[in-house]
Design a binder for this molecule. Structure first.
Ligand SMILES: [Ca+2]
Ligand SMILES: [Ca+2]
Ligand SMILES: [Ca+2]
Ligand SMILES: [Ca+2]
Length: 400
């Protein structure tokens, strides 16, 4: 030990001596040498990177019934976007990694068993040069599971407060392999299986707002739960219906009333017909007010185009054609902005929508009475003024 230390000390002394001599040797000269300034070439900098990253070493590892790990390298640091799905359109999802790396990895989970998954990698370098890989694919393992999850519970439906949509709510079963709830819809009966009817929801929530609905239609819903092996449950059921009523407002003014204004009230019959046809969908009796307005509830009539016909108590019929009825406000203006009046004189109780000798004789029979039908101008008395009103319209026919 002492010997070793002695050797070390001797070595250090030798080094000091040599170092001292070399220091002396350096400082022995008298002149100070000044390095002249040399012009440095202007730096051009590296040429801009126009090369997209190269993707290589793509490995698919740890494939299970519901997952897989994918690793790959890029020849330069790159950020990547990983697209995957059940087809070459991918669509199942995109995994974005904004870190600039050369070794990359994604871990996929929640995949379906026994399915072919495709994926594609897009890599960007710091200059945003981009490479898109080929399509790769792998198959998840098969698991032997033929037991579907339990049905959802408390499947319920209610019409929203604004009467525009149907809210579906439920509770999911506790099954650990539950992957989703698929809700099918029909308007004639409950869907029988997961492919029957229209798919309105497919996911893992516990509520859905069905906005693709029209009023006065019954909607039948069947909800099927499924697991990763696509075993479907037997189905849970609910149904709902939004009711809405169309209201028709109208204005019609009988002609030649006395007094001239504020005296437009009349009884009338209104028909709602299929457009361009005489087929009557519904008919209403109503009474207009002294401004000629009235309102009728059409009930659950389907929105759409209709012909609306109005015949006053002793008046020829007027028809407004191709009128669109919606569940909002519907206003049928038989006055065409107060320029058109109902023609009076159809007083005979055949109400045949034409004015002829029958109507004359009927009216004459009520002369000097306050007979409502014959008192065409509604001045409380049937007299020569009413005869003249009728004669002015003689031989006229109302619209069909
Ligand atoms: Ca590059
Ligand atoms: Ca299962
Ligand atoms: Ca008549
Ligand atoms: Ca009169």
């Amino acid at each position: 030990m002492i010997k070793k230390i002695s050797i070390l000390i001797i070595c250090l002394l030798v080094i000091f001596i040599i170092a001292g001599q070399s220091l002396k040797a350096d400082t022995v000269g008298t002149e100070v040498f000044i390095v002249p300034f040399l012009p440095v070439p202007t730096p051009l900098g590296p040429a801009p990177d126009r090369h997209p990253p190269v993707i290589f070493n793509v490995f698919i590892k740890n494939v299970t019934f519901d997952g897989a790990t994918i690793t790959w390298n890029t020849n330069e640091k790159a950020r990547t976007v990983f697209h995957y799905g059940l087809t070459q359109q991918y669509g199942q999802g995109s995994i974005i990694n904004d870190q600039f790396l050369t070794s990359h990895q994604v871990i996929l989970s929640d995949l379906f068993s026994n399915k072919t998954y495709h994926f594609q990698i897009v890599a960007f370098d710091k200059n945003n040069n981009q490479t898109t890989s080929d399509d790769y694919f792998f198959e998840t393992l098969e698991v032997v599971d033929d037991i579907p999850p339990g049905n959802i519970r408390v499947f319920d439906s209610e019409v929203t407060a604004d009467n525009q949509a149907i809210r579906l709510t439920w509770l999911n079963p506790p099954d650990e392999d539950l992957r989703g709830i698929k809700i099918q819809r029909r308007t004639d009966q409950y869907p029988l299986d997961p492919e029957d009817g229209l798919t309105i929801f497919d996911g893992l929530a516990e509520e859905y707002l069905d906005t693709d609905v029209v009023p006065n239609t019954q909607y039948f819903y069947t909800a099927f739960t499924y697991d990763q092996s696509l075993n479907f449950s037997s189905g849970a059921f609910t149904r709902a219906r939004i009711t809405a009523e169309a209201v028709l407002k109208l204005q019609a003014r009988p002609e030649k009333r006395i007094p001239r204004f504020g005296n437009f009230a009349t009884e009338a019959a209104v028909e709602v017909r299929l457009p361009g046809s005489l087929k009557i969908i519904s008919v209403f009796s109503l009474e207009t007010d002294d401004q000629g307005y009235s309102e009728v509830n059409l009930g659950e009539l389907n929105p759409g185009f209709y012909d609306i016909a109005l015949k006053g108590l002793s008046h020829l019929r007027k028809v407004v054609r191709n009128f669109e009825i919606s569940f909002k406000e519907n206003f049928v203006d038989f006055t065409r902005q107060e320029t058109v009046y109902l023609e009076a004189g159809d007083t005979h109780d055949s109400y045949d929508n034409m004015i002829n000798a029958l109507d004359i004789s009927s009216l004459l029979g009520f002369l000097n009475t306050s007979h409502k039908v014959s008192d065409l101008n509604q001045d409380t008395l049937t007299n020569s003024i009413d005869i003249n009103i009728l004669l002015a319209n003689l031989m006229k026919r109302g619209e069909d």
